[in-house]
Design a binder for this molecule. Structure first.
Ligand SMILES: C[S@@+](CC[C@H](N)C(=O)[O-])C[C@H]1O[C@@H](n2cnc3c(N)ncnc32)[C@H](O)[C@@H]1O
Length: 353
């Protein structure tokens, strides 16, 4: 397969295009990117017949900041009269490598979302129609079929690598706003934990009775997540915190400048969601990590208006250089989350050996 389809937040196509262009070249897979603003996806056109597989073998999906999901393209299908959409999908998959399971997806745009009824309707019939072609043992199949609908008549049929892709078909977990959480931002931290920390480590890293600091905490959406997991939280913000959250008895609210605050001793978690210049937040995070004031950190970096990937890359490179210079063995992951606005979210923790 020569083409790779990568989905992203609508509007961030130039950023995923710039990112994949640089990261594909770095692993020796060459090609160019077709991107159109507002489409919610881009196409990497490799120069070799197996460029898509090569790239997926050499590049970890988790390293892509602006990608939601990806697939190696089997065929771009346009129907004249869409009476039967299932047969053409089955047809193009006749010669495909072993697969198990199928996802029906669409772009994260207004037009895309209007296709959710159609994809739900097609799920079961497609599953049934693909059964005879499917690998008998799911774990022996490296691929999951993905059909990415642009309209009722036009879709991309492809294969997503089971072990190197987002865990979620559309690229993010569908989360419900907890009724008692004081802000919508609460879902950013919940999604960050799910997206940025491997599943087997989550319960090791996030535990009751841990100590946490939330910089820029008000009204308390992120603090709510920490409290909900049984942590003791120092919430630093000049703004008011949610009353009910304060009644939990697990929160100390300090009306202080987050850039001046220092903890008395090391805490488990530092989280930071301030609307500030990204370079300034990065510098603050470096200080906390280099001085060992926290074990784990999750923070947001506001995206600039233009050249977002390039700026983000520069800032993350600088953080890495600072941590390397301080001799810290760390792991870092970063992603533009579904619940993020114009920002990306970064996780840093000790390196797993
Ligand atoms: C996006 S809001 C945080 C929302 C919060 N994470 C939630 O889930 O409810 C940003 C917060 O950062 C605070 N902030 C900005 N600069 C700050 C500073 N230098 N020190 C402390 N708080 C600051 C603002 O007062 C504001 O409440």
């Amino acid at each position: 397969m020569q083409q790779l389809l990568i989905t992203c937040r609508a509007g961030l196509e130039p950023d995923i295009a710039a990112e994949i262009q640089v990261k594909s070249a770095a692993v020796g897979v060459h090609g160019f990117v077709r991107a159109q603003a507002g489409q919610g996806y881009v196409i990497f056109e490799g120069y070799q017949p197996d460029s898509a597989e090569s790239l997926m073998q050499r590049l970890a999906f988790a390293e892509l900041i602006f990608a939601r999901q990806w697939m190696a393209v089997v065929e771009h299908v346009t129907l004249e009269a869409p009476t039967d959409r299932i047969a053409p999908i089955v047809e193009v998959l006749q010669q495909a490598p072993a697969f198990h399971g199928s996802w029906l997806t669409f772009p994260d745009t207004n037009d895309g979302k209007s296709l959710s009824r159609l994809t739900r309707k097609l799920e079961k019939p497609l599953e049934k129609a693909l059964a005879p072609l499917q690998a008998r043992t799911p774990d022996k199949a490296d691929w999951i079929v993905q059909v990415f609908f642009l309209s009722g008549e036009e879709f991309w049929v492809g294969l997503t690598p089971r072990r190197n892709a987002s865990l979620w078909d559309v690229g993010y977990p569908r989360l419900r706003q907890p009724p008692s959480a004081p802000s919508r931002s609460t879902l950013k931290l919940e999604e960050a934990w799910l997206q940025l920390i491997p599943e087997h480590l989550r319960a090791v890293y996030i535990k009751p009775f841990q100590k946490a600091v939330d910089l820029g905490a008000a009204p308390g959406g992120w603090t709510w997540q920490l409290v909900h997991r049984g942590m003791q939280v120092v919430a630093v913000d000049n703004g008011p915190m949610d009353k009910q959250l304060m009644e939990s008895g697990q929160v100390t609210h300090l009306r202080e400048d987050a850039f001046a605050y220092k903890p008395n001793r090391q805490v488990d978690w530092l989280v930071c969601d301030m609307v500030e210049k990204p370079a300034r937040v990065a510098e603050l995070m470096e200080r906390w990590l280099v001085k060992g004031w926290c074990r784990f950190a999750i923070f947001n970096l506001k995206l600039p208006m233009k050249k977002r990937w390039q700026e983000v890359d520069q800032i993350l490179t600088r953080i890495r250089a600072e941590l390397d210079q301080a001799g810290i063995a760390y792991q870092m992951s970063a992603r533009q989350l579904y619940h993020d606005r114009e920002e990306i979210t970064v996780f840093v923790g000790p390196k797993e050996t």
